[in-house]
Ligand binder design. Structure first.
Ligand code: HEC
Ligand code: HEC
Length: 270
């Protein structure tokens, strides 16, 4: 049990004048969801996720309200602001006051660069590399990524395409794999092929998402994407370490589209 300091109580009180914040309730939320990225102790699990420990409660509260109301938006194409919006819209104002008070009450990281461990139930992925994808999957889409000078080729198995075309929920066994390539460069610029897509230079890695019965059951509802799990594979088909919470969080707003950004492209396959 965390010792509640006078300072923390004072901070909690000033954060929510109308109603005293409930530190224990805030802690429960942190243990269920926030901690998967920010750490239960407020020291985050990764370099692109802010620490929250010892932050001012009013600041935390205001940021969460700004995410919830769409006032704090993505600053760059890679900013995962969509993640926090998806999470904050699932919080009541009371939840917000409670988590703000809880994180503000914690001591800051002792060392800069310290990281918390990921939640095992969220980190666990069931996705295995689909060895036969070149034979059994359909290549359904391509996207150029100018910022990274990369191009991705998107593959799906027939069950995924059939469900997308029928407008049905994804069945168990849906599978999407992307091949990530560096683009061939000329004077530092990607070379375009006749189809308008970058000519590939070298394969770099694979990203994947797949469904299986019960695969989402251990993931907290605020992050859960049905029964989808995620993975990134190196060229030798080994799992690369990822924070699955971030994959889930960023795809979460697409709940109405089976959590897929490219559902339209899947549905328009012949
Ligand atoms: C999937 C990972 C993830 C989860 C889960 C998550 N966050 Fe975040 N959060 C982020 C990332 C990434 C950022 C920073 C990027 C941004 O601006 O969106 C952030 C930013 C914030 C900020 C702004 C901090 C600042 O310095 O401005 C607050 C406050 C916050 N989160 C609170 C929460 C709370 C409370 C929860 C739980 C209810 C939560 N987050 C759950 C990933 C997550
Ligand atoms: C910052 C938000 C964000 C995060 C975090 C994120 N994705 Fe995505 N994902 C996207 C967007 C946008 C697309 C569509 C275009 C593209 O490929 O970038 C996408 C597409 C995909 C696709 C193709 C299927 C689809 O939804 O259209 C796969 C597979 C995928 N992501 C896997 C992952 C994995 C694995 C992770 C975690 C390591 C992850 N994603 C994290 C935003 C995100």
């Amino acid at each position: 049990m965390k010792k509640v300091t006078i300072a923390a109580l004072a901070a909690a009180l000033s954060a929510s004048a109308a109603q005293a914040a409930d530190l224990e309730a805030g802690k429960v939320k942190a243990m269920q969801v926030c901690g998967a990225c920010h750490g239960v102790n407020g020291v985050s699990v990764g370099d692109n996720i802010p620490n929250l420990a010892a932050q001012r409660p009013a600041y935390i509260e205001n940021q969460l309200k700004a995410f919830k109301e769409g006032l704090r938006k993505a600053g760059s194409p890679t900013s995962p602001v969509a993640t926090m919006a998806a999470i904050a819209t699932q919080l009541s104002n009371e939840d917000i006051a409670n988590v703000a008070a809880f994180y503000a009450s914690l001591p800051g990281a002792e060392k800069g660069g310290a990281k918390s461990a990921q939640f095992p139930n969220v980190a666990k992925t069931h996705v295995a590399f689909p060895e036969d994808y070149k034979k059994t999957f359909v290549r359904y889409h391509t996207i150029n990524f100018p910022a990274t000078k990369q191009v991705r080729h998107y593959y799906a198995n027939p069950a995924t395409i059939a469900a997308a075309k029928a407008g049905k929920p994804m069945p168990d066994g849906a599978f999407i794999l992307t091949e990530v390539y560096s683009a061939k460069l000329e004077n530092g610029n990607p070379v375009l092929g006749p189809d308008g897509f970058y000519v590939v230079d070298k394969p770099l890695l694979y990203t994947a998402m797949a469904t299986g019965a019960g695969w989402g059951s251990e993931i907290p509802d605020m992050l859960r994407n049905g029964d989808w799990n995620y993975a990134v594979f190196s060229l030798d088909k080994q799992h690369r370490p990822i924070n699955q919470a971030e994959c889930l969080g960023c795809h979460k707003p697409l709940e109405g589209a089976s959590y897929l950004f490219t559902l339209k492209q899947l549905a328009s396959q012949k």
